[in-house]
Design a protein around this ligand. Structure first.
Ligand SMILES: [Zn+2]
Ligand SMILES: [Zn+2]
Length: 358
């Protein structure tokens, strides 16, 4: 396993600084819009509205971007205004390339996202999905094969599940089923965690793999490329299962477990990040948003690794399910709360990060 290099400052400090900037901007200290943001009334819109096009590329932002794979392309001396690094960020993630921290760019910067360094697509590439360097995949018998998975909750360093166990199991069952529907791979839950191919667990803080979690709305989780099978989620988040009856917090900081599970399973299978905003494998996910249905880009990516499930037809793909949850969508509360096809990624460890806003 390789892990990201340590940053000069702890990662949450960047979000903390951004949070302070949002709460106490130079223009005013207590207008209603900022209070609205603080209250989480409209997270993304308020952020874009608040920081429209005026900020500079600070050292903190450079460190933030370096964490996601934008370091080597732009040293401060070569790019004093940060135009190059911002342009790369924009082009990589499907934004209009302005080279400036415009509203859409700031909005995306502050949107919860996966911490795996982003891949920089080659020019004239049409496919948007990506694989990890060496294109690792689960290699077993041709045709259908079985991967087992287990959710562990009882043995240290694993934390108690933040939602009822049945809700967590259902969320992962549905998430695995979406991938199994399109590729000749079956997934089966097992109680034998030590023997499972894919091991899921909620952990907190420094849990021994060099990528400590940072509490609520920081790093959400991480997974490892094949054949590791490790899938870790930050136990400190306000996990929820939105749009159903399995519960979880539906407040402004709630993160949909099923959406993150589906994304992370993509990494476990060998997919890196996609540059298609609607794709499950796109690195960003706003709180209180459900994004679980595989898009054509997701399907083509994973089928390039494993082939197609003979029972699956591309014409059966439904529209992407990307929706913001209403506070009433979840009913109960019991939570505390990272190419070879188109680009190349070095990291094996995948992190999901959420900007700390409140
Ligand atoms: Zn990811
Ligand atoms: Zn971990």
């Amino acid at each position: 396993m390789s892990s990201s290099s340590a940053l000069p400052l702890p990662f949450p400090f960047f979000f903390f600084f951004l949070h302070l900037l949002l709460l106490f901007p130079p223009c005013c200290t207590g207008c209603s819009r900022h209070l609205l943001l603080h209250a989480g009334a409209n997270y993304s819109t308020s952020l874009a509205d608040m920081l429209h096009g005026g900020s500079n590329v600070t050292d903190g932002l450079r460190r933030y971007l370096a964490r996601f794979g934008y370091a080597s392309s732009s040293a401060p001396d070569d790019d004093p205004d940060g135009n190059l690094i911002v342009s790369l960020y924009q082009s990589t993630l499907g934004l209009p390339v302005t080279g400036r921290l415009d509203a859409r760019t700031l909005d995306l910067l502050a949107t919860p996202r996966c911490g795996v360094p982003d891949l920089h697509l080659q020019p004239n590439t049409t496919a948007r999905f990506a694989f990890f360097e060496g294109q690792p995949r689960w290699a077993r018998a041709p045709g259908h094969f079985l991967l087992t998975y287990a959710v562990v909750s009882s043995s240290p360093p694993y934390q108690p599940l933040p939602l009822p166990r049945r809700a967590v199991r259902r969320a992962f069952r549905r998430a695995f089923a979406r991938w199994a529907r399109v590729i000749p791979v079956r997934f089966r839950e097992t109680r034998d965690y030590n023997m499972a191919d894919v091991r899921v667990g909620f952990l907190a803080g420094d849990h021994g793999d060099g990528e400590p979690f940072d509490g609520p709305l920081g790093v959400l989780g991480h997974a490892f490329s094949p054949p590791s099978g490790q899938l870790h989620l930050d136990a400190a988040e306000r996990w929820a299962v939105l749009g159903g009856n399995d519960g979880g917090s539906a407040d402004a900081g709630a993160v949909d477990l099923e959406s993150v599970a589906t994304h992370e399973i993509g990494h476990v299978l060998g997919l890196a990040h996609s540059s298609v905003p609607d794709a499950v494998m796109y690195p960003s996910l706003k709180p209180r948003t459900r994004k679980t249905e595989l898009t054509l880009d997701d399907v083509r990516g994973v089928q390039a690794l494993y082939g197609s499930n003979p029972r699956f037809s591309l014409s059966s793909l439904s529209e992407p399910d990307t929706s913001s949850a209403s506070p009433a969508a979840a009913t109960t509360t019991r939570s505390p709360g990272k190419t070879t096809s188109t680009a190349t990624a070095t990291p094996l460890l995948l992190l999901v990060a959420v900007a700390v806003l409140c």
